[in-house]
Design a protein around this ligand. Sequence first.
Ligand code: NAP
Length: 290
Amino acid sequence: MDREKLLEGKKLAARINQIVKNEVLDFQKAFSFAPVLCAIQVGDDKESSLYLEFQQKIAKKLSIGYKVKKLDADIQRVDLIAVIEELNCDSTINGIILQLPLPDHLKANDIRICLDPLKDVEGVHPENLGKIILNEDGLAPCTACAVMELLDNININLYGKEAVIVGHSAIVGKPLAAMLLNDFCTTTICHIATSERGLLAEHVKRAEILVVAVGKPGVVKGEWIKKDAIVIDVGINYVDDKIVGDVEFEKAYERAAYITPVPGGVGPITVALLMRNLLKAAKQQKQEGK
Ligand code: NAP
């Protein structure tokens, strides 16, 4: 396997982590404390617990403080919002993560809007999402940023490129589309209706840059990949105890100029950027005297 073709996230994440670690030390020297992240977990979803453990491990490596607030699955909306408001006002907490999934009676959008945008390190508050549309600096969603970092790392000129995103979620596909537009890609977003009309293959075949964030293994066939395309597979799927992406990897690998492995592609960068956002948030809070 030609490793040059593989867009491995681990190396890039390690570089970002090193920079963040050094800056955390500088921050600590300047303000006599290290930034602290607090994750809220409602219920005890197994995958979400594994993700929190991973975040905690990286935070420790970077000398970042990490707390988890575990709440009962039957917590009512008003009580969850009270917890968030308390964290918003707590000057010892610099970043808040609302871990998904939430139980069915709670709607993520309904809760996210209560986060202090200055502590919204996942970039999911409407104010932070809106800043991407306006091409202004803010706390942007980490997975969409991870895709942009991967593209930046291979020095690709995005100007006028045909970019196709499969998946239009509010935290991956949509913000990423805005980011690619900001860099002058000709950007198409595909979603369930594209597939249902039988048009997914047609769009994917045009993509010079293809990003797939669906959560269905093999939703993009390897034979659809345009020759020498850049393929970024965000999907994480558990199949027979193995983790696979959304793109049929072997066939796509043959056709692509670059392709992310799953696991080990976008995932590690997402967590590194979460920590970078936390540091940025902590610095901004200090600037604003909070
Ligand atoms: P999501 O909110 O469930 O969104 C999935 C998107 O895929 C939706 O826009 C959905 O459209 C669309 N879709 C569903 N079936 C489709 C089909 N057959 N053809 C085309 N589009 C289809 O998920 P998400 O949070 O964006 O995450 C997507 C995947 O990325 C998941 O596997 C998740 O685990 C993974 N992920 C990875 C990272 C990482 O760091 N690597 C971070 C976040 C997410 P409709 O809504 O219209 O049905």
